[in-house]
Design a protein around this ligand. Structure first.
Ligand code: SAM
Length: 417
């Protein structure tokens, strides 16, 4: 049964916290970095909500406005160059939202609130933003408004840069896909307990051509049908089906964006993931920053919320790491993937670009430390060459840092792989 979401804003639930921390932590360094392009930023929260929860906790609009004010109060660029325009689209709570964010009408700008539907208003809002840095936060209850074609279209507007953070309910999609193809899923744990995530005013999905057409519009093709057929034949379970579907969906996004990362999110402690946050951008710095962010939130999931998902014994005794997807992969397996990736490179590459490209291809397989260790090993074996600038520390020792900041740079060159 579809759940009525009227209580959504009464108090903030734990998985909304994770989502918002992912956004809040990312936006400050994002604003800071992108302002250096000396072009304006246009930030749109496309499903903005009420701005604040009943328990006083900030919603995504206030989180973004706090990040805006924090960055603009520190910048030395001057207020004609450093500009962050903020816009909120909200279908049901525009009035309440305007009241809740009134205190942010200040020297840094007046956020605009559009009362309406994202899918009907976003095109016009973005069409005049050529040369601007655009960030879209897309956090709907469900999937119905996520028209894939719109994402394709955004690329033709000539922005200076475009990034999106999307709450993508891939499990809900797959459940609807089963409904549309008349496939039973009732006993499948993967597709249960999705009620918190479903639509405000659900469109009935049933075995009809309209439903299949709608799903193909959301997915950007009808590849999902084959996944449902495999599920129906018992070749794959619900978790596997969702993984295959998400992988295909991300591959479609990669036709338009250089980097696509995602993070599976759980609704309750000890449960398996129920939806994904997907981040897309065109610059390696954005991908790298979001990967760091996702890793940090993953740790919070394990320690704060996922109390009972400590590393398993297997993890502690072996050369084995738990991935963000809850699978296990040995260091050797990860090393093989990294070596294969390195073999495709020509010439020198910056560490950040290397890692962003690798993560884009394989996802967040392991901590950065493990990738650093593998690279260090390959370096010692003479299979790659790692060059650090500055090469020598202030005390005259060879540099060994892994973090590129200020004037510190790391480049990798492949030798005998
Ligand atoms: C998950 S909530 C957003 C929560 C918000 N990001 C926060 O952190 O507070 C989704 C919001 O989208 C609104 N909404 C539903 N359909 C919409 C549409 N087609 N266009 C814009 N907003 C919509 C709902 O009223 C709801 O407030």
């Amino acid at each position: 049964m579809a759940k009525d979401n009227k209580n959504f804003f009464k108090s903030k639930n734990s998985w909304s916290e994770i989502k918002d921390r992912l956004l809040g932590w990312y936006l400050r360094p994002y604003f800071q970095k992108v302002l250096m392009s000396r072009r304006p930023i246009y930030y749109v929260d496309c499903f903005a909500g009420q701005g604040k929860f009943g328990d006083g906790k900030p919603g995504s609009p206030i989180i973004a406005l706090q990040a805006r004010d924090a960055c603009l109060s520190k910048t030395t660029l001057g207020n004609t160059t450093a500009k962050i325009d903020v816009c909120f689209i909200e279908l049901n709570h525009a009035q309440q939202l305007s009241e809740n964010i009134a205190e942010f009408n200040n020297n840094y700008g007046y956020p605009s609130v559009i009362s309406g539907k994202y899918e009907e208003t976003i095109g016009e809002l973005l069409s005049g933003k050529r040369g601007t840095n655009v960030f879209l936060y897309i956090d709907p209850y469900g999937i119905r408004a996520l028209d894939y074609e719109l994402f394709e279209k955004f690329n033709s507007y000539g922005f200076h840069s475009l990034e999106m953070l999307i709450n993508f309910n891939s499990f809900g999609f797959f459940r609807d896909a089963c409904r549309a193809m008349g496939v039973a899923y009732n006993n499948d744990e993967a597709l249960r307990d999705l009620d918190d995530l479903v639509e405000y005013a659900p469109t009935e999905i049933n075995a009809s051509p309209q439903s299949t057409e709608l799903l193909s519009k959301i997915a950007g093709g009808d590849y999902w049908k084959e996944i449902v057929t495999r599920y129906n034949h018992g070749e794959i379970d619900g978790y596997k089906a969702e993984r295959i579907f998400s992988t295909e969906y991300k591959a479609r996004l990669r036709q338009w964006f250089n980097y696509v990362l995602d993070m599976p999110i759980r609704l309750k402690s000890g449960h398996r993931p129920k939806y994904r946050m997907v981040h897309v951008c065109n610059h390696e710095d954005g991908c790298f920053l979001m990967a760091q962010n996702m890793h940090q939130r993953k740790d919070e999931l394990f320690t704060n919320i996922q109390q009972n998902r400590q590393p398993s014994l297997l993890n502690l005794i072996g050369n084995i790491t738990s991935t963000i997807e809850n699978d296990f992969m040995t260091t050797d397996e990860i090393k093989k993937l990294l070596v294969t990736y390195l073999k495709k490179l020509n010439g020198e590459i910056g560490l950040r670009k290397l890692l962003a490209g690798f993560l884009n291809e394989h996802g967040l397989l392991c901590e950065f430390n493990m990738l650093h260790e593998i690279l260090e090993d390959l370096n010692k074996q003479g299979r790659i060459e790692i060059t650090r600038t500055p090469a020598i520390t202030l005390t005259g020792k060879p540099s060994s840092f892994w973090e590129e900041k200020k004037d510190r740079r790391i480049t990798i060159r492949r030798k005998q792989l």
